[in-house]
Design a binder for this molecule. Sequence first.
Ligand SMILES: C[S@@+](CC[C@H](N)C(=O)[O-])C[C@H]1O[C@@H](n2cnc3c(N)ncnc32)[C@H](O)[C@@H]1O
Length: 402
Amino acid sequence: MADTPWLSIIGIGDDGLDGLSPVTRSVLNSAEIVFGGRRHLAALGDDAREHIEWLTPFAESVEILTRYQGRAVAVLATGDPMWFGAGSTLVRTIPLSEMRIIPAPSAFSLAAARLGWPLDEVDCLTVHGRPMESVLPFIVPGAKLLIYGHDGETPKKLAALLRERGFGDSDMIALSHLGGAEEAVCRATALNWAEAVPSLTTLAIACVAAADATILSTAPGLPDEAYLHDGQLTKREVRAATLAALAPLRNQLLWDVGAGCGSIGIEWCRAAKGARACAFESDPSRLDMIRANALALGVPDLDIVEGQAPDILTGRPGPDAIFIGGGLSADGMVDRCWAALKPGGRLVANAVTIEGEQRLAAAHQSLGGELIRLAISRAGPVGDFTGWRPLMPVTQLRVSKS
Ligand SMILES: C[S@@+](CC[C@H](N)C(=O)[O-])C[C@H]1O[C@@H](n2cnc3c(N)ncnc32)[C@H](O)[C@@H]1O
């Protein structure tokens, strides 16, 4: 056929070639060259064709693959190639019109079938090549998680994370080699987990919280105590209002300018799937604190950049939202942020000083938007009684770019 794509991405399970349908097998048989992991290529057995094993990093293999454009190439990938798989990466580089993707059941589907867990009630996650801490925002009472492992030590490390957070009573089920001859199940609570498992394992966790567990919602406005800080923290009530104005959306990018202890960028990332943030901070002593907060609150991919804004912002891809929490008095700060913001983007800036407020009033004049004042008081002991303790009032500019 003239319009047969040169590239076929074929999902294969732990049952190897036996699990492929006749149609899929004929697609595989018609390939001249086969790419895949060692395990996938081994499944081909005695095969005269050219086999090319994936390299680390994967990007190098993608580059090699593109050199074969126009030849009949098959890529073997585990399970569903479009679920944390090779297909997800390849569609970013190669046009869909040049490929066909043939999925096999994902390990998530196989695990859900074994456990009787409806997939629509489960968070499907991966720590394959990613920091463990990325699962933390999902560890909440009653949650069911399915997690692709990185290696045989993954369940032990996740058990330790669960115990640290007061989730030691959670039920953990390691499902190895699902669908293959060596399929095996290992089960224990996080408190009792000691086993290493085969590296091809999907871990199921039914989260159970102890009375003293750390339970943090993904809604903005975490308690101030959730952060390590040196006083440079946007307080809980103001933080919640600030995040509401920034309006985190799926896959969008935030610049947190003058990040302090990183709280705004961290809560932005927790609030929407795929949301990314870049924390700009000029004080080197705060960088470790931002990193520690990002890890502890489950956003290890927070991009932390040391330097003086606005100069440090130059040449970066434009963000969908910008928060200016510090450095408002630096020349050109608001103008340069505004210029970098994508159309449809939101700029939110907070000031607690009169000088900062003046900058916001000027920006409000030129850009429009809303200027608001947040005056929060918290009740606290006054001798034997209770009285209001005001926090510093915050002036906030909120403006959207059309
Ligand atoms: C990069 S992910 C690929 C997942 C694949 N796209 C899928 O849909 O199954 C690799 C991880 O998937 C999990 N996995 C894949 N096949 C599995 C199987 N047969 N049994 C258990 N876990 C499996 C393991 O956690 C492994 O480390």
